[in-house]
Write a protein that binds this ligand. Sequence first.
Ligand code: PAF
Length: 283
Amino acid sequence: MKVFTKIVDLQNALFCQRKKHVQIGFVPTMGALHEGHASLVRRSVEENGATVVSIFLNPNQFNDQSDLENYPQTLEADCALLEGLGADYVFTPSVAEIYPQPDTREFSFPPATTVMEGERRPGHFNGVCQVLSRLFAIVKPDRAYFGEKDWQQIAVVKQLVRYMGAQIQIVECPIVREASGLAMSSRNERLTTEERVLAANIFDVLKRSLVEAKSHSLSETRDWVTAEINAHEGLEVEYFSIVDGETLEAVDRWDDSQHIVGCITVYCGSAPIRLIDHITYKG
Ligand code: PAF
């Protein structure tokens, strides 16, 4: 496995691979890798001749400075994990390498970029699109791998690739959960042992809402989920939106779409840590 910090070095290595008609798989990350990322890398290694993993804590996608400052950075452990998984190239550029000058481009693909996380974290998806458009142009992968935990991010990335006219297949990989059901996330590292136990209630309630949804209206189910989670001291729902799984447009009735997903963001603990998850009701 080779680790590069410079675009030119990565591109030279990829040029040699492409000359041999090797397909390139790409897993973009911000580091602090966990089993969720490992599942993306495993899949890319299986499906491609060479796998590139980027580790870049993208300042442009953080609308909250303290969130950026507190983001765990574990480069050595990340590289050891990636080596074991069979990744070929790790790309760990500096901020100046990715943004030689401030990126002033504006990306907006409503409603994907404007609802839910887009509404609560202004500029977040613009930053995600800025960095991914740079990384996609640098790596030029055949396939790029994303975890379904960030359901909305995948919808945005698909729009971005369409907009760029890039020939990149976006591969959606299932959410990976801890034994308790808690969706794996780099942010989980910041939870105390007690908070981790508490946070497991989020998926427990979402799962139980599948039964609730069978005999209740969509709005009743939405209120039920919010109330059940808020009943746990230390958990506070920021939003629970039931949306069309493709367009992310809000739906009012179960019959409104063939694909319905409930997306939730919950504050957990005293810090507090912002956790996201989702559940598929239909489709
Ligand atoms: O999902 C993430 O970790 C980030 O948003 C991504 C896709 C690596 C872009 O910085």
